[in-house]
Ligand binder design. Sequence first.
Ligand code: GLU
Length: 273
Amino acid sequence: MPSPRLRFAPSPNGRLHLGHAYSALLNADVARALQGELLLRIEDIDPARCRPELADALVADLAWLGLTFPEPVWRQSARMSTYRAALDDLRRRGLIYPCTCTRRQIQAAAGEARDPDGAPLYPGTCRGRSVPEEPHAWRLDMARALSACPGPFAYTAFAPGEPDAVRAADPARWGDAVLGRKDVPTSYHLAVVLDDAAQGITHVIRGQDLEAATDLHVLLQRLLGLPTPRYHHHGLIRDAGGDKLSKSLRSEALAALRERGVSAGEVRTRLGF
Ligand code: GLU
């Protein structure tokens, strides 16, 4: 058995809020219980939304909570050549295709079909086309991927204090997902599976909002010959009105709580630690 290794992997596109604090503290608790290691990974692939000063701020917010991490802290923006190499490999195997569709075109062509995130399901307009001159994304050819790598797909779900459970995964519901964006040679899905494997992550703890994405991640791991970690998808921290906290709701930013005089200990208690 490899030694337990976990990661907290925020995106520096806003300040951390209570939901992030919950996820980070749960990762730290489980890492401690397993006598494992917890890494921090900065998921900053989006050049339009991620800012270096927000990455510094999240490290400071986590330190305020009492969480420090082994160095070096990986930044995904520094790993583009690795992501590009994986895309090249998938391209040579005929498993991805270039796509020039705009959001609006996809919306118009998709009809009612939706992916698990609620976005229009890509109808395959560009499937089979040759590489264009203009900027393009790269999409997984789901049908080819599933014939290269037939299911069934499953992963081990763990929860602190509970027996492991096997979860069936259905990657097909994601359709021809984007693996390389127009602006960067990766997408969240590709970068996360490559980095979890490269960093030797054995246990992934993240919010329930990413549970459906795990179905696609399991397929990508099989296609790329990567191990599948164990997963725990925790419930989301909600605001007083019952809505999921998002970074756009600045009121619950850890920095705002700190400025109002709330202590890190009070945050932990409020989150049930
Ligand atoms: N970077 C993602 C986020 O901030 C989390 C990725 C993950 O835990 O897999 O939502």
